[in-house]
Design a protein around this ligand. Structure first.
Ligand code: F6P
Length: 352
């Protein structure tokens, strides 16, 4: 069978040779990750047929009950990536600490960070889930010693590649190597990823937002103000009706934003004050932030660009607001105005 679409391999080879955007080791690493995601897609797809739904008795480092598919998908990525010679170490949302490449394998120059199944609460109900990944360069200072957890703690702007797959009605892999955003659909008959979404761009304006409304009373004032104005619709201060969605899968929402625009918020709330937010900086916010920026959108915690946050721990959490440029700009402005007005009263701003 032939196809008019470019394969992922062809695309990556062109990026390597024609556009000189990626070195060979990074190209091979991305292919390995894409292959692992293809396997995860099959496993997700078989679900109950292979008795893969439901929880395990274990908890992950975040204290969350692990789903069978969380652990299986984590192992698929680990097994696929460990021996290729591209990586020095890996870190996963499902593992407490980093995994160094075993001594019997050649170590490479990259660090892989991933969330094997994002939105895992959706697994049992056949909702949208996905895999998120991020690639960092091993710092030069680590060349003569073992890689440590500290080596992973790099701000998101230093990522050399980021991507996600979304296992929905179709399985799609979305990738950036810092040169735009490209989407590849899995063709199961050909057994390969095909470039179906060339240079994805997020529309700057939108009338769609995604937030878990049940948390409204716990949000900081700028987020309450923003969402209340949207919900007020045409008679309200925005003078327009807005549409809301919540599918409880960040990767699913980000994909929708890339296709037709929108804004996604998982803001700070009083209950997650101590831990900084709900979503993880390194496994979710940074890679998806890079993709959103590369597609022309913005990604912030309300006050700071997500990609500028210096991680202090592998499993650190942050507030996340991302999507269409103009809406995110407005939300940033509301946070700024709140900080100024609280500052005038002499109180410490309690925005996150
Ligand atoms: O962090 C995992 C995650 O599943 C995100 O993908 C999603 O946005 C969020 O949690 C769902 O949260 P809630 O339980 O509030 O719907």
């Amino acid at each position: 069978m032939t196809t008019k679409h470019k394969t992922l391999t062809q695309f990556l080879v062109e990026q390597q040779y024609n556009d000189a955007c990626i070195p060979e080791q990074l190209r091979m690493l991305i292919e390995v990750v894409a292959g692992a995601c293809q396997r995860i897609s099959s496993v997700v797809n078989r679900g109950a047929v292979n008795d893969l739904l439901g929880n395990l008795s274990s908890e992950n480092v975040q204290g969350e009950v692990q789903k069978k598919l969380d652990v299986i998908s984590n192992d698929i990525l680990l097994d696929a990536s460990a021996w290729g010679g591209h990586l020095a170490a890996l870190a996963s949302e499902e593992m407490e600490t980093i995994h160094r490449i075993p001594k019997e394998y050649t170590a490479g120059e990259y660090l892989l960070v991933y969330d094997p199944i994002d939105g895992s609460g959706n697994i049992d109900v056949n909702g949208v889930v996905g895999t998120i990944f991020s690639v960092l360069r091993t710092p030069d200072s680590a060349s003569a010693r073992e890689v440590t957890e500290q080596d992973f703690l790099q701000p998101g702007r230093q990522q050399v590649a980021a991507g996600y797959t979304v296992y929905g009605a179709q399985t799609i892999l979305v990738l950036t190597v810092g040169n735009g955003v490209f989407g590849f659909t899995l063709d199961r008959e050909l057994g390969t990823w095909l470039l179906t979404h060339d240079r994805m761009e997020i529309p700057a304006q939108t009338r769609e937002f995604a937030i878990n409304m049940s948390n409204r009373r716990h949000w900081a004032p700028p987020v309450q103000r923003y969402v209340d104005e949207l919900v007020a619709g045409q008679p309200g201060p925005r003078g327009n009706d807005f549409n809301m969605r919540w599918i409880a899968s960040m990767v699913g929402h980000v994909h929708s934003i890339l296709i037709r625009g929108g804004v996604f918020l998982y803001p700070w709330d009083v209950r997650n004050k101590e831990r900084g937010g709900r979503l993880r900086l390194m496994y979710e916010a940074s890679p998806l932030g890079m993709i959103v920026e590369q597609a022309g959108g913005q990604a912030t915690d309300g006050l700071q660009r997500l990609l500028d946050i210096q991680p202090t721990g592998l499993h650190q959490r942050v507030p996340v607001i991302l999507g269409s440029w103009e809406e995110v700009e407005r939300i940033k402005r509301y946070h700024g105005e709140e900080a100024v007005s609280v500052g005038r009263k002499g109180d410490a701003p309690n925005l996150q």
